[in-house]
Structures are given as C-alpha cells and as structure tokens.
Design a protein around this ligand. Structure first.
Ligand code: NAG
Ligand code: NAG
Length: 182
C-alpha cells in the first residue's frame, strides 16, 4: 500500500507552522518531524477489522499531517502494549537501522498520561481510555514537538507495534517514515 500523493513532495521543504516555531523557541528539545509516508504493515483480523493511515497536507501549503482510521473488534486497554521504535536511515546501505530509542507503554498509560507521545494523541481527541470497540479516527496529527531525546539524524522511521500483553500476539504495526528538521 503506497501513498502516491506523497512521493512527489518527498523532499520539498515544508512551511514551518508558526505555532511549532513558537514551541521550539520555548520548549526543551523541540524537533520538527515531517511525516513523508505511512504504511500499515500488519493488522491482526482477530482484533482489528481494518486500519488505514495516510499522510496529507493540512491545507494547500500547510504542514504534513497524519490521518488514522482504525476499527477495533475488542476493547483496547492496558492489556495492550505499544512499542515505539525509532530507526535511522543509513544512505550508504539504503537501510533503516534500529536506534537505542525504543519505548514501551501500556496503551492507556500512553494515551492518558505520557508527556511525550501522549499529547499527539490527546490533542486530537483521544482523551478516553480504554478505547471502545468500533471506529477510532485521528485527523491532523502533527508529530512535531518536544522529545525526551536528541535525534542526531535527519531521516528515519518510527515503527509502532501494538501487542496483546497476555499472549504477545501482534495486533498491528504501522511504520511512519520521517524527515527531521532542525
Ligand atoms: C484537519 O485540517 C483541515 C485543514 O486545516 C480541516 O479542514 C479539517 O477540518 C481538519 N480535520 C479535523 C478532524 O480537525
Ligand atoms: C482487554 O480487556 C478488555 C476488558 O477486560 C477485554 O474486553 C478485551 O478483549 C481485552 N483486549 C485484548 C486485546 O485482549
């Protein structure tokens, strides 16, 4: 599944939105993360009916945002763990190499309490947890903001993996390819 509308704009330098610019003046370690494309890698149909994710511009010359549409067949609570792994792109070998920047959360801990990735979800209306059965849509997700770490490279990807804690079964996996502006 490719996001064809993104490929032609891949290395175009986006307009840095004013609010993010202000954020970066005042907060610790703010980085501007431009999503290039996003791929739903795996969906476990026992738990998830469908999952789609796309990258769009929020307006004609606006920033790049992520839209997610997921339909879950079961309640998702702290019995699901989320792994967020950051990879660095190595142009010499044309490979994504896993970095030590790996994070693991219980789903509701992430949604309700986490101060780094949580705001990305909460800003877009995911303020309740557990997530009920049915459709969840998140629109206009921007990935820029304060991060708990320095990111010493410009291209990479985030791998986000949901697992059922009791059995370690995969529920889904989404890859987000990013460019980082500093
Ligand atoms: C996302 O942003 C676009 C452009 O700013 C806006 O038209 C749209 O209503 C927004 N969607 C949501 C769900 O906020
Ligand atoms: C998580 O727990 C809820 C409530 O006990 C349950 O309904 C749901 O099926 C569980 N989710 C998974 C993925 O096991």
């Amino acid at each position: 599944m490719y996001c064809s509308s993104c490929s032609d704009t891949m290395f175009e330098r986006p307009v840095i939105p004013f609010l993010i610019f202000i954020c970066c003046l005042y907060s610790y370690n703010c980085i501007i993360v431009v999503p290039e494309r996003i791929l739903v890698r795996d969906v476990n149909e026992n738990y998830v009916k469908y999952a789609t994710a796309t990258v769009r511009r929020s307006s004609k010359r606006g920033e790049y945002v992520v839209n997610v549409d997921i339909y879950t067949k079961v309640v998702i609570g702290n019995n699901v763990t989320v792994h967020i792994n950051l990879f660095e792109y190595n142009s010499k070998y044309n490979q994504y190499v896993r970095t030590p920047m790996v994070f693991q959360y219980k789903w509701c801990e992430l949604v309700l309490h986490d101060q780094w990735f949580g705001p990305i979800l909460r800003k877009n209306g995911l303020t309740r947890c557990p997530t009920p059965v049915g459709r969840t849509t998140l629109s206009n997700l921007t990935l820029s903001g304060s991060f708990p770490f320095q990111v010493p490279f410009n291209r990479g990807k985030f791998e986000t993996i949901w697992k059922r804690e009791a059995t370690n079964e995969l529920l889904g996996c989404i890859e987000t390819f990013i460019t980082i502006l500093k």
